[in-house]
Design a protein around this ligand. Sequence first.
Ligand code: 0O2
Length: 214
Amino acid sequence: MREPLRLNEGIDSWNTAIFLYRSALKEVGTKVEILNDEFQQVHQYNPIEYVKSRVKSPESIVKKLRRRGYESTIGNMITYVNDIAGIRIVCSFTSDIYRLAEMIGKQNDLKVISIKDYIKHPKESGYKSYHMLVTVPIFLTDRVIDTKVEIQIRTMAMDFWASLEHKIYYKFEGNAPEYISRDLRECSSIVSMLDAKMLQLNDAILEARVAQIE
Ligand code: 0O2
């Protein structure tokens, strides 16, 4: 079998690139759905609350390239923007995040390129999430192309925080007043406390159920 090509080899049109990113999102989305269904069947429990996916808008791609000092070319976008295809998995509990990440990492046809654990190492802003950059092979009629997808896995509380912070970031164009940034960092600590408490409660409920059965 021929070695898969990387997406930056021989892709020179916007439409082809976007088609590949969309296809990669479908592939990864289906894998995640199957993992969730299997988990439900085996453990009678769904680790995933909801999944969202998107292809980054052309404006955001151009902005990201400009921020990093690159010209807006198809080649640069494919090489330097890792989150053009993005899928976000939202779970109830932090333990689900690591369980899912492990299950995704074991999928033979996915290559894990990098992992950023912003839960163990939150960003300065207070941002928490688990990021996996993977490639998935897309089988075309005459070639196979490894295509990048960024998978973000986080709890509902982390997602709530991130979407509010994202709005504030855009509203102030990255220069929010210090008191807002401070409050956001404080809220991020509250998110961690809430996640820990919810996990404890869930464990207590599970233990009580087991005790009832015995
Ligand atoms: P948008 O508008 O959400 O698309 P890399 O090239 O991968 O090494 P990058 O892209 O900075 O560098 O990677 P990282 O850290 O994995 O961030 C990718 C995405 O994670 C961001 O995309 C955001 O969606 C999210 N993210 C990262 N940091 C923060 C943060 O502090 N707050 C919030 N709300 N989201 C964050 P974009 O393109 O920056 O933004």
